[in-house]
Design a protein around this ligand. Sequence first.
Ligand SMILES: Cc1ncc(COP(=O)(O)O)c(C=O)c1O
Length: 361
Amino acid sequence: MTLKSNPCLSELIRPEIQKMTAYHVPESTGFVKLDAMENPFPWPDEMKAQWLELLSKAEPNRYPDPSARELVFSLRDCFDISPELGVVLGNGSDELIQIILMAMNEDACVMAPTPSFVMYQHIANSLGLPFIGVPLNEDFSLNVPEMLSVIKEKNPAVIFLSYPNNPTANLFDDADLLAILKASNGLVVIDEAYQPFARKTFMDRAQDYEQLLVMRTVSKLGLAGLRLGFLVGHQRLTSQFEKIRLPYNINVFTQITAAFAFKHISTLDAQAAVICKQREVLLERLSSLKGVNVFPSDANFILFSLLSDSAERVFEALKQAGVLIKKMGNVPGLPAECLRVTVGSSSENKLFIEQIASIIK
Ligand SMILES: Cc1ncc(COP(=O)(O)O)c(C=O)c1O
C-alpha cells in the first residue's frame, strides 16, 4: 500500500511547536556517565534485598493509588513538610513545571534568569507562553534591578529560580530571592533540585508567602530512574494544580520504591555527603589544570571553561576515551568554551581528571 501524504497535516500543529527542537539526550550506554547529575552509588545489598521483597508484592495489574497517599505521608515526614501546606506530585519536576504553566492564563508570561534550567523556557514555548530571560550578572548572581524592572513592567505570572542554579552551580543570594518574592504578584517557584548538595532551602518560608512554591526532585538524591518531583505551597494554589495533574502520574513501582527509600533517607543523605566531599576534590584537581577556569559549586556538578582549547574538541576526545560529560554549546551569559561535569564516584572522577589532563592543550 502506498502512503498518501497529506500536506495539511503539519498545519494542525501550533507554529510555536513546529519551531521547537526536541530535548536531546545523548546515547550513554557503556560510558562513564558524568553528564546528567545522577548519584553514582548503588544501594547497600541488604537495602536492595528488602526493596526487591517489597516490589515482589506490587500489583502491576492494578492502577496505582491516584493520590499516592502512603508516599505523600512518608514524603511529608521525611522532608518535614507542614500539614497546612499542600503537596503536588509530578512525574519528575519537569512535569510539575508543565502543570504550573498549563494552569496559567493565556496572556501569562514567564520569567527566569538566564542561563538557567532549559525546561522553564522549553515548556513555556510549548504552551505558547512568552518567556523573558533576564541575564545573570558576570559572577552568576541575579541581576535584581533588571528582574524588578521586568516584574514592574510585565508582571510575570510565574518566575522560576533554580536554587542552586543549573548550569552555573551557584546558590543565589537569599536577600535577592526575597526581594523578588516580595515584589512579585505572580508565582515564584524556587526549584531546589540540588538541595541535597547545598543544604539550603526556602521550604521553611513556604507558609509565609502565598505566592511561593518550593519544588524538589528526588532525581539528584539518587532516584533519577523513578521520575518523582514534588511541589509544596499554599493549598489555595496546590488544590488548583491537583485538578490538572493526571490521575495516575506516579506509577505503582515509583510509589513503593520512593516510600521505601524515604524510610532509608540516611543512606541517601550519606551518599550525598560523599558526593559533596568528592566535589571538593574534583574542584581542586580541575582548578590545578592549566588552561581551565573552574566556577565554584553548591551542587553535584561543576561548570568550567577552557581558556585556550575548544570545548567541542575536549568533549569529543573525552567521549572517545569513554567519559561522557555535558557540552554547553553557545549559551548566552556563559563564558566561551564551557563544559559541565557531574561529580561521580572517586574512581570515575579520577578517570575523568586523568583523561582531561592528557587531552587539554
Ligand atoms: C534545576 C533543575 N530543575 C529540575 C530538573 C528536573 O528534574 P526531574 O528529574 O525531577 O525532572 C533538573 C534536571 O536536571 C534541574 O537541573
